[in-house]
Ligand binder design. Sequence first.
Ligand SMILES: Cc1cc2nc3c(=O)[nH]c(=O)nc-3n(C[C@H](O)[C@H](O)[C@H](O)COP(=O)(O)OP(=O)(O)OC[C@H]3O[C@@H](n4cnc5c(N)ncnc54)[C@H](O)[C@@H]3O)c2cc1C
Ligand code: SF4
Length: 487
Amino acid sequence: MADPKGFLTTDREVAATRPVEERVGDWDEVYVPGSLLPIIGKQAGRCMDCGIPFCHNGCPLGNLIPEWNDYAYRGDWAAANERLHATNNFPEFTGRLCPAPCESACVLGINQPAVTIKNVEVTIIDKAWEAGRVTPQPPERLSGKTVAVIGSGPAGLAAAQQLTRAGHTVAVYERADRIGGLLRYGIPEFKMEKRHINRRIEQMRAEGTRFRTGVEVGRDITAKDLRKRYDAVVIAAGATTARDLPVPGRELAGIHQAMEYLPLANKVQEGDLMTPPITAEGKHVVVIGGGDTGADCVGTAHRQGAASVTQLEIMPRPGEDRLAHQPWPTFPMLYKVTSAHEEGGERVYSVSTTRFEGDEDGNVRWLHLVEVEFTDGKLVQKEGTERRIPAQLVTLAMGFTGTDRENGLVDQFGLELDPRGNIARDAEYATNVPGVFVAGDAGRGQSLIVWAIAEGRAAARGVDRMLTGGHSDLPYPIRPTDRALTV
Ligand SMILES: Cc1cc2nc3c(=O)[nH]c(=O)nc-3n(C[C@H](O)[C@H](O)[C@H](O)COP(=O)(O)OP(=O)(O)OC[C@H]3O[C@@H](n4cnc5c(N)ncnc54)[C@H](O)[C@@H]3O)c2cc1C
Ligand code: SF4
């Protein structure tokens, strides 16, 4: 146990953020560098040896949270890092980006603010990198078996690292020009600086994983060729088909999917572009969709110098306390103020977009909306509430409907889909096609980084068992049907 009285003597404290006026002027992470170090030992000491750590179930990776809290409290950062990596390949990603369902399940959270688990996680891994403790772990011997991983997001990277370390020869195929999936081109620099991905890729290369960028499976190489060349395939292609908004005026210039807008800002940060071809500079920006992708558009628009930013959400504003049907230790839907929201803009709830209005040149100028409410379980428009708001750049952040069907990947492999349109898989992450597995958003639907890593690790075990004829030393953290306590 960390500090027996820690939860009685220490209040919860989280990472300090830089002043808004400073951080909107750059793209660096929003946190004050080094602000966690002086406080994190005491914060870890709030972990109270509750007996049944529900945080284990809250975390899809089953992270060994009380164990590393104890080591962090005692200042044994090497041991903390070893326990952290026992269940998580990339804690620097989750420690920065995870919504921390573990904290919603923390026993202390029943009647006090939960332990700041995510901040402890990121401190352990940042210190480990700094101290040179994160080193390549190449396999002792090669199995002679080969695996192709399609997609280099967190699911593909986790699967590839596990399989490489198990001795298989792994190649990751990525259609984009850089490795990382949504970590690279979706999530903005101010949420996670891309140097964190780059040094992991270096570690993976040194372990023996091969990376092939700019290759789209289905277009540049067929499924048949891939199956001929490799003993097994892991599909970790994400759920990149964006939901659209087919209302009048959708064809006007200036209306873009979030994933058309965000990657360009990221490409500027990578040094590929001087200025983004789609920019919010000087414009009235409207973001449709109240989730995390929408918040990333808001933060990006602030940094590009938008004249105003409005985020629209069709659902009512969530409350600040748990609802009766979302009791502890489940992950509740609560009103969240992200760093992007702290920086400005307006959030409007319970509204639906009815049409866009443009100027004579075909550029969007106004967005027409109407208020909506739930009546008999259905969302209905409230009469007399129609209005228009200025909109010179509109980003659509309304979620994703499944894996890309255009490039032929699904059809060429002959993959079955589940009723939600995701690639169907069994308890070992195997698809209906022998030797072909699926992990992450491609099989689960749009989800979280922590789930992608958990599924990548679990699918790797399924592949390893198939390749070795039934045995695997790789851990099997979670089944596709498990929901843990989270989303
Ligand atoms: C803007 C945005 C912000 C987000 N923020 C967060 C956050 O803060 N925290 C969080 O937990 N989650 C967040 N998410 C969700 C999270 O990013 C995803 O759940 C996660 O990245 C899924 O991982 P994945 O590996 O399954 O797929 P992805 O990350 O989508 O990676 C799939 C990769 O496969 C490649 N690919 C697809 N088809 C092919 C093909 N045929 N051949 C070769 N390559 C192919 C794609 O180019 C892509 O690089 C966010 C999502 C978005 C869109
Ligand atoms: S990965 Fe997410 S859920 Fe798991 S311990 Fe870290 S912050 Fe919590």
